[in-house]
Design a protein around this ligand. Sequence first.
Ligand code: NAI
Length: 268
Amino acid sequence: MNRVQNKVALVTGGASGIGLSASNLLAKEGAKVVIADFNIDGAKEAAEALVKEGYEASAIFLDAGDAKSIEDAVNFTVEQYGTLTVLFNNVGLTNLQKDLDVLNIDLDEWDRLVNVNLKSVLLGSRFAIPHMQKAGGGSIINTASMAGFASDQLRTAYGATKAGVVNMTKYIATQYGKDKIRSNAIAPGLILTPAAERNMPKEMQDIFMKFNALPYHGEADDIGHAVVFLASDESKFMTGQTLQIEGGHYLANPTIADTNNWIASLQK
Ligand code: NAI
């Protein structure tokens, strides 16, 4: 309890999945939380549920692809709670029909994903940092992805923008560390949120599981708990880092399965 007491947090994409988990856990650990989302009904519902339980939370509409909307969400947070000391830049998406390989990717989709996944992190930080400077410090947390480290046949824009999030996290950390503003990212592996369930059939989920070191999938709270840690003063000497939270999926040498099969074939 109270690990983020007196902190004021803005969570983007807070109505569902990872953002919803982070909003709930931050509020329950003492933060005042603004849940900002395209899905304003979902954001209001989440905030109302927290208020009903005695926590402090509000909701605001956000279009993470629109600079004015991001600025409005930051201003709303400060008007509501007097300051802004935690920013969770969490919105990110892909489109499996259009975000294809380099030869075939839809270029309008490329622009849209750069805007929503990467520029929104720049803008959220740009609008929030002056308030953090005024408050004497703050914590910016960005949702990257393991797709920012490992490549794929498709989702070129998603992977490139998430790699950008990892490095922008370091730039923010370097530029504003002197103001006691920390910037860290989280790179989730497969987390069974509504988006992942939508985008990934059960057969694909099973293939993913085969490569995990741990015998289970990730859940939204596995990321939400890390967000609380990064928002809290427990991580006060940590900045510019990306936590890879992925069940050990990317740990082993990728040849391990074929090598084991080959060794087994020699023993026959
Ligand atoms: P989700 O779909 O469950 O939640 C995303 C939320 O963002 C929704 O409430 C949606 O309404 C909102 N949103 C979408 N576009 C928006 C926009 N333009 N403006 C404002 N709000 C918008 O998704 P999930 O899985 O929780 O993803 C959250 C973040 O985690 C994303 O950045 C995603 O790329 C990242 N991630 C997720 C992984 C997973 O396996 N679920 C793996 C790696 C990264």
